[in-house]
Ligand binder design. Structure first.
Ligand code: FAD
Length: 453
């Protein structure tokens, strides 16, 4: 039995803690913030029944790791799935891409769930064919290439080419620029032409039109997981910022906290690669440099609690930069999850992925609101300032790793060069895009490795 310290009570840290406790180890989780959940955590306005994610969150019907884990924890009944509308804004017009054509009744038939998934995919295909800013032949190419990407399993050759080059070659420049380039530009900003095609493949191969959520929000799931960790004897120390990670001569690791130091036989760090580098002076120079070179984007969201809905049925609108909006994603959460859970508020996220140093990170929430109001009025001309009951701004510097060419060669292993120090974070779930499902997967993988060490 080892004494194990885990840095971070996000999905990765809590999952690893659970498995390590089950394997008989002693576990202490150190979390800098005053709450568990990390990027997937929620906050609660006093008028709400359910907490709301600081950053918009859903899972996919194909997210086997998190759904399997929920089942193991006896929390499977918390997860539920809907098929909300997601659209692209183009030339001021909304084009639904995911919008079910068959009602939920289909799911009640024998084999109904499979039929409903198939119907959703067919509906998406038909909606791509109806995307008339590009010629019909180009739409057909988009549909065929999407189908190819969805069903091919060999992603390895795709990481040697950029998504920008591969996609424009396969569907033609015009279709690429109208359909997929905006997504890459929106997510990766200045790096969009460097992102490899395997990342893009993973998005199409792993995602479903059906989106999942938890009763009580993601925070409901995360609190229940934290409770299981405590029930198994684990300790979760909130507001415990780890300031230094130091290997000792006897092979143990000393964690430097603001109040005292703690010794552990093994340590798992689930913070960002850069944070690990900064906190661990003993890392070999070449490894520290490799961590430093990992590129990522930050995220900024403004959440509005409104007296009225902004759109009738849109959950998610992707907004290409050419449309001249000050944000990339408009997410009307209450067109997905019933507003009765939020005291009747309509909840809207305006979000963007941005490089570090962007002005949005330092602007106040009032300044951001002033910047965004005209854009909300473009989405609904009736939108007025007095609809706003409350609003919040959230930012995160390490929000989206950028997968460059041949990224698999640059992924750091879970075992670091420092004996008994392990690392697990979003940068290591490649080729999959970061997500709570993969946080569960890597948390479990890290726990297995630590258990064997
Ligand atoms: C804008 C946005 C939208 C997203 N949407 C989705 C989605 O729809 N679906 C989905 O599944 N996933 C989504 N994700 C991704 C998902 O949130 C992450 O993949 C997942 O939560 C990562 O969990 P983690 O535990 O690895 O990291 P984190 O959640 O970042 O947890 C790390 C924890 O470590 C703590 N920490 C860091 N440094 C220290 C230190 N020195 N001392 C103590 N504690 C420390 C942090 O406070 C944090 O709590 C989204 C992410 C963002 C940013």
């Amino acid at each position: 039995m080892h004494s194990i310290g885990i840095i971070g009570a996000g999905v990765t840290g809590l999952t690893a803690a659970y498995d390590l406790l089950k394997a008989g180890h002693r576990v202490t989780v150190y979390e800098a913030r005053s709450y568990v959940g990390g990027l997937a955590s929620g906050f609660k306005d006093e008028a709400w029944e359910w907490p709301l994610e600081r950053f918009y969150h859903h899972i996919f019907a194909s997210d086997r790791d998190i759904l399997g884990f929920a089942e193991e924890l006896g929390l499977q009944d918390l997860a539920f799935f809907e098929s909300p509308v997601t659209s692209i804004l183009k030339g001021g017009r909304l084009y639904p891409i995911n919008k079910p054509m068959v009602g939920p009744w289909l799911e009640r038939l024998p084999l109904g769930r499979q039929l409903a998934n198939l119907a959703d995919l067919v509906a998406t295909g038909l909606r791509v064919l109806a995307f008339d800013p590009i010629p019909f032949f180009a739409r057909l190419r988009v549909g065929l290439v999407s189908a190819y990407l969805r069903y091919t399993r060999r992603w390895q050759p795709l990481e040697a080419v950029t998504a920008d080059v591969w996609l424009s070659r396969k569907v033609g420049k015009r279709a690429y620029e109208a359909f997929w380039q905006p997504l890459l530009v929106g997510k990766f900003g200045p790096y969009y032409q460097q992102v490899n095609m395997a990342w893009f493949w993973a998005r199409l191969a792993a995602r479903t039109p059906k989106l999942g959520y938890f009763t009580g929000g993601f925070q409901g799931f995360l609190e229940a997981l934290a409770d299981r960790v405590r029930e198994l004897g684990g300790t979760i120390l909130l507001e415990h910022h780890v300031r230094g990670i130091h290997p000792e001569l006897d092979g143990r690791i000393r964690l430097e906290l603001s109040t005292d130091d703690q010794m552990h036989d093994r340590v798992l760090a689930t913070c960002s690669p850069r944070m690990l580098r900064e906190r661990t002076p003993a890392l070999p120079t070449s490894y520290a440099a490799a961590l430093e070179q990992m590129v990522s984007m930050g995220a900024v969201v403004l959440i509005l609690a409104l007296k009225h809905p902004v759109t009738r049925d849109q959950y998610w609108i992707n907004i290409p930069k050419q449309e001249g909006f000050p944000f990339l994603a408009f997410v009307e959460h209450t067109n997905y999850i019933d507003r009765s859970h939020y005291g009747g508020d309509s909840i809207v996220y305006c979000g963007d992925y941005l490089p570090q140093g962007h002005e949005y990170f330092v602007m106040t929430e009032e300044q951001l609101l002033e910047r965004f109001i005209p854009a909300l009025q473009r989405i609904n001309p009736g939108f007025s300032r007095d609809w706003i009951r409350a609003y919040w701004k959230f930012t995160e510097i390490y929000a989206q790793p950028v997968p460059l060419l041949n990224q698999s060669l640059a992924i750091p292993s879970i075992e670091t060069p420092v004996a008994n120090l392990f690392m697990a974070n979003m940068s290591q779930v490649y080729p999959w895009d970061r997500g709570t499902n993969y946080a569960v997967e890597i948390g479990r993988r890290a726990a297995r490795l630590i258990g064997k060490s």
